[in-house]
Design a protein around this ligand. Sequence first.
Ligand SMILES: *Cc1c(COP(=O)(O)O)cnc(C)c1O
Length: 430
Amino acid sequence: MSLNHTRSHELDLEARKYLVGGVDSPVRAFRAVGSGPIIAKSGNGGYITDEDGNSYLDFCLSWGVFILGHRFPSVVKAASDALSDGSSFGLTSRFEAELASRIIRAVPGAEKVRFVNSGTEAVMSALRLARGYTGKDYVIKFDGCYHGHSDSLLVNAGSGVSTLNLTSSAGIPAAFTGYTLSIPFNDRKILRETVEKYSGKLAAVVLEPVPANMGVIRPDPEFLKDVIELTHKAGGLVIFDEVITGFRFSEYSAQGHYGLRPDLTTLGKIVGGGFPAAAFCGPAEIMSLLAPEGPVYQAGTLSGNPVAMRAGIATLDELLSGRVYRVLEEKAEKFFALLERSIEGFPVSLSRNGFMFTLFFRKGVPSCYSEVKECDFEAFAAWFRFMLDHGFYVSPSQFETDFLSIAHDDDKLAEMAETTGEFLRGYYGA
Ligand SMILES: *Cc1c(COP(=O)(O)O)cnc(C)c1O
């Protein structure tokens, strides 16, 4: 069985004439999986359809945006209502406070919110705020954690940066990353040594509390506790980058799930309901340092865009009812049990947390970036192509994460687990 990708291929060639690599974000080029990209035409529920008319059960979900599935009715309605009222004003609309109040209700560390347009901006701004608040410069991040593509955070970053095999990026002066330290995730000893060494000079420690840009990594809860305790002792702020994890747990956030309280939190992906919106939030005492109340500058022409805000409100209203997470829990339990069974006996491991998962082509779930790098990337790419050919679109890199939505049908999920088993038996010989 082989799907026809003629039209996607033609459109990719056309796109390459005008766009660099034919894309606007590198991983979309599918370079890591040795196949041409598929060109999206439409999405519906758990599925996306490409320009050749092939439908795929979508485990990428616009990189984790669509926890309700594509075109969820109340979200579509909210966005179309917003469009008919006018798509931007450059003024405050009531919907920003409405979305912010929902975030504050859900995220323990949030008292005040500022909306921006992307996760990159959210983390970049949170970091500026942390530096403004502490008066210090150094920031510690963790190898394989991705915090967007702002200059000072592109040090040992995960996600598409890993896929392209860049440990950093060209075009960034050494001085811009001179205050950024990147250390291994889940290593309590190195964490303690580094934080103590920079005590009194530290603006922030920034982390994905559950890393998902090197595949899903399970945090050692003691490590997370250490991050908060040691950073505070050293005079720095803790920034939880919850752009992926935000609203992906029954307790809404990773901080809720692990019972932890960072100083600042960044959100993105789910909160914009499929539109470009992200946020950072924290205690009023810190947030009030932002302009116009304080000296830390931050702004945006389209920030708090009403279409994104209203799509975000509709999405969070669905999530805050709790029903979605109960459905997802049940789906996830059944699906992951089947997937575990399919991979048994093969050099593959399943890592899962909060309705997201990664199939690592390595014996044993990795606990940090250097272990992820030990994966068999060729085997991953072969699995990706096999799945695509059977109507399952999994995220196109070993460093990325797969997501579940409430629109993923149980029978189809069972078929995905079965198809994975079929691939493994064929690839490794059963
Ligand atoms: C996706 C992501 C970002 C960057 O968000 P963009 O909207 O792509 O700029 C930052 N941090 C984490 C944890 C992410 O997953």
